[in-house]
Design a binder for this molecule. Structure first.
Ligand SMILES: Cc1cc2nc3c(=O)[nH]c(=O)nc-3n(C[C@H](O)[C@H](O)[C@H](O)COP(=O)(O)OP(=O)(O)OC[C@H]3O[C@@H](n4cnc5c(N)ncnc54)[C@H](O)[C@@H]3O)c2cc1C
Length: 402
């Protein structure tokens, strides 16, 4: 039986876990976040955040703090990797603000994480526990318990698995295999802006698109830093390997690309790379007093740059419903997944579609896509993005069906 002040247990202190801990903490719930890493929120590169996440930041009380650390790029540009011709330009200035009400930003992930974690630390009812890995949970009628790597059992009123792409909580709940790999890897690097070649655009989010590869880059921290992500198709999936072999592979893959784009490759940190993966969407990711959030629930390809935005939307939605449920966690979790699955599934499926049919085209397909995009005006592009950037309406009551 759960005691009155037993905590809600959040597994994973990434952006989703920190956001849900803060959202629940602000509502007065006792929350304990278990994070396997020795420190919370110390590793990360740049991240793009769409305007849809700002109403969530308002609810969390961190919108101003986030804006103070962010950069609003002039535009999001897609450039042809071979001839550097512009394919699509999404202006993110006044017309974007007027259409979507909130900005498009880029921010250092560590800065965003720090803002969420500091806000959690200011609440006496939120406890952040590092160096603690959840191994499995027990889901009882009236409480939950989580067994940790150091063989402790921690009791709580509910479990929120915010433990990412390779979620232990999901593995136990849904008994599936590994995430789906698609044959691509990413190298991520942050360099000093002063080291970037003059002909590389630096005030925009830029995506260089090519057959089987792309590079994304943008400025960070007041323009002093420059974030680069290089993605390409490969037959080797190792995340840590031989830097010289990685270099040879990069040089070969990007051999025909524009010199400005090639200059970025020379700056990449080749120590580590990420295998790009996602999962098929599912309708249900809760059982009893246990639910999932963020990448654990609906991992997506990076095409729309929305994985973290979806995790933060999940977090605020879930906290609202728990707040309304008067201790009926199972009911809150059913309504939460039913409120979220279509939107998150659309992000997963559109990301897959655009990955293959927009980002990485070659030959005549590439030329056709470029010609078609040249006919699209700003208003048309904004309307294509409206389902996503107009945001997610938070539930204000528990439905009878839940
Ligand atoms: C190359 C790349 C670029 C991206 N760019 C963007 C972008 O621009 N915009 C955007 O919105 N999204 C982007 N994303 C997606 C985004 O990074 C993820 O969607 C987001 O980090 C998900 O947050 P999360 O909290 O669900 O999971 P994670 O960030 O993965 O956090 C999970 C946490 O759980 C911990 N953990 C794992 N297992 C356990 C366990 N058993 N016990 C305790 N702790 C555990 C981990 O250590 C980690 O801290 C990008 C992703 C990649 C790979």
């Amino acid at each position: 039986m759960a005691a009155k002040n037993d905590p809600i247990l959040v597994i994973g202190g990434g952006l989703g876990g920190a956001a849900v801990a803060l959202a629940l903490g602000r509502k007065g719930f006792s929350v304990r976040v278990l994070e396997q890493a020795r420190e919370f929120g110390v590793i990360g590169y740049g991240i793009q955040l769409g305007p849809n996440v700002f109403s969530m930041f308002d609810r969390l009380g961190v919108a101003d703090a986030v804006l103070a650390k962010a950069i609003t790029p002039k535009a999001i540009l897609m450039i042809d990797s071979i001839d550097a011709g512009e394919i699509v330009r999404i202006p993110t200035g006044a017309s974007f603000r007027s259409r979507f009400k909130r900005p498009y930003i880029v921010i250092h992930r560590v800065d965003l994480h720090r803002i969420l974690l500091d806000a959690c630390k200011a609440l006496s009812n939120v406890e952040l526990v590092p160096s603690t890995s959840a191994e499995y949970y027990e889901n009882h009628d009236d409480h939950v318990s989580v067994r940790t790597n150091d063989n402790h059992s921690i009791k709580g009123v509910a479990v929120i698995g915010a433990d990412g792409l390779r979620s232990t909580v999901r593995a136990q709940m849904l008994s599936e295999g590994e995430p789906r790999t698609i044959g691509y890897v990413a190298h991520r690097t942050i360099v000093a802006m002063k080291d970037v070649r003059a002909d590389v655009p630096r005030s925009e989010v830029v995506l260089w698109s090519g057959p089987g590869f792309h590079i994304v880059h943008y400025p960070l921290r007041g323009g002093e830093l420059f974030n680069i992500v290089a993605v390409f198709r490969t037959s080797t999936y190792s995340e840590k390997g031989d830097a010289a072999a990685y270099r040879a592979e990069l040089d070969h893959t990007y051999r025909d690309s524009h010199p400005a784009m090639k200059s970025l490759l020379a700056m990449l940190d080749l120590e580590r790379r990420w295998v790009i993966s996602d999962r098929d969407p599912v309708r249900h990711w809760s059982k009893g007093r246990v639910t999932l959030l963020g990448d654990a629930a609906h991992p997506t390809l990076q095409t729309l740059a929305q994985g973290a935005c979806m995790a933060i939307e999940d977090a605020v939605c879930l906290a609202e419903l728990i707040g309304l449920a008067n201790g009926d966690f199972a009911r809150a979790f059913r309504q939460y997944e039913s409120a979220r699955y279509l939107r998150t599934a659309r992000v997963q499926l559109e990301s897959r579609y655009l990955w293959d049919n927009f980002y990485h085209l070659g030959g005549i397909e590439r030329e056709v896509a470029r010609a078609a995009w040249a006919e699209c005006g700003e208003a048309q592009i904004f309307e294509c993005l409206a389902w996503l950037y107009d945001g997610f309406p938070l539930p204000d009551r528990l439905s009878e069906a839940a």
